[in-house]
Design a protein around this ligand. Structure first.
Ligand SMILES: Nc1ncnc2c1ncn2[C@@H]1O[C@H](COP(=O)(O)OP(=O)(O)OP(=O)(O)O)[C@@H](O)[C@H]1O
Ligand SMILES: [Mg+2]
Length: 304
């Protein structure tokens, strides 16, 4: 069972997150990153966070503890920005908290340049993202953190932010447990992920019993919003059934060979050229950054 804590101090908003999570302290003296029920991403993002996060933990992947956070917007009375205040006002009650990793660093392409990850660990994470249809673990947005960064314990990779996983739950009528996973820009592609070894190790551990215990952690109120299901338990059964079917047919979606440096560079160049040709002449000299930092254009940084 996820523990329930009460937020006692609002530390700061995390503006680097699209959903504007908050760092709070709670009555158990812990510090948590809170994802709000009132955010634009909606309750399904929180369902995905709980299901995928708890499944990750059960499979032995490093993932910070999740808690339910009772949040009274009055705790954040000193938040000056109206849009953040509105988010808090829309989120009174139970929200989702993740244990805050103090001093952790985002796993960016710059960090990746010197951070070692062994192929089996990379394979486990890629396999897991493929199982859970997580579209948000790319070189541009890794949702991986490196922690601890000080002290004598060596830094390791931690998974965070599974709000964009389980993409199938946005369109149950087209949900297909055998759908292939687009891993081409996965944050760990450069480490030679051994997805076959990960599959042999992890697929047999994704049992109906495990999935039912993971789904039991999701609050009813977060599952109640989907009119497709008469009751929260019907929704739980659909998630568990889909993931069990997917785990049982991994040969259908297992990522194959990861693209090489030249292939990715050619793909990127072709995409830039298409964008450039689609622009009026006066805009053609502007670099095609697609909202990303220029370093992202150089695939060699990701491929060693
Ligand atoms: N448990 C944590 N400990 C320390 N820092 C964290 C933790 N969780 C998130 N962060 C920091 O906050 C940032 C935003 O978090 P997260 O990606 O979960 O938010 P989000 O709103 O879902 O973001 P987006 O949708 O934009 O990816 C992370 O990139 C990281 O820097
Ligand atoms: Mg994120």
């Amino acid at each position: 069972m996820l523990r329930t804590v009460t937020a006692t101090r609002y530390v700061e908003p995390l503006r680097s997150g699209g959903s504007v999570p908050a760092v709070v302290e709670a009555d158990d003296l812990g510090t948590y990153v809170v994802k709000f029920t009132g955010s634009a991403q909606g309750r399904k993002a929180l369902v995905a966070e709980v299901v995928v996060g708890e499944l990750a933990r059960a499979l032995g992947l490093r993932f910070p503890e999740l808690v339910l956070v009772r949040f009274d917007p009055a705790v954040a009375d000193d938040e000056p920005h109206q849009e953040v205040r509105d988010l808090h006002a829309a989120s009174a009650g139970i929200n989702l908290g993740m244990d805050y990793l103090p001093g952790a660093r985002d796993f960016t392409p710059e960090v990746a340049r010197t951070f070692p990850v062994d192929p089996l660990e990379a394979g486990r994470i890629v396999w897991f993202d493929a199982l859970t249809a997580n579209v948000d673990r790319t070189v541009h947005s890794s949702n991986l953190m490196v922690w601890p960064t000080l002290g004598t314990v060596p830094p390791r990779l931690w998974l965070i932010d599974h709000g964009a996983a389980l993409v199938f739950h946005h369109r149950w009528d087209t949900a297909d447990p055998t759908r292939a996973y687009d891993f081409r820009h996965h944050a760990l592609g450069q480490y030679g992920p051994d997805v076959r070894a990960a599959d042999a190790e992890l697929a047999p551990r994704v049992t109906g019993e495990l999935l039912r215990s993971v789904l039991a952690e999701v609050p009813d109120a977060w599952l109640a919003g989907d009119d497709r299901f008469a009751a929260p338990d019907d929704a739980r059964a659909a998630y568990a059934g889909h993931l069990l079917a997917r785990a049982g047919q991994s040969e259908r979606w297992l990522p194959g060979d990861f693209p090489g440096r030249e292939e990715l560079a050619a793909e990127e160049a072709a995409r830039s050229e298409r964008t450039r040709r689609g622009r009026p002449a006066w805009l053609r000299h502007v670099p095609d950054l697609h909202g990303k930092p220029p370093a992202e254009q150089d695939w060699s940084a990701h491929l060693g």
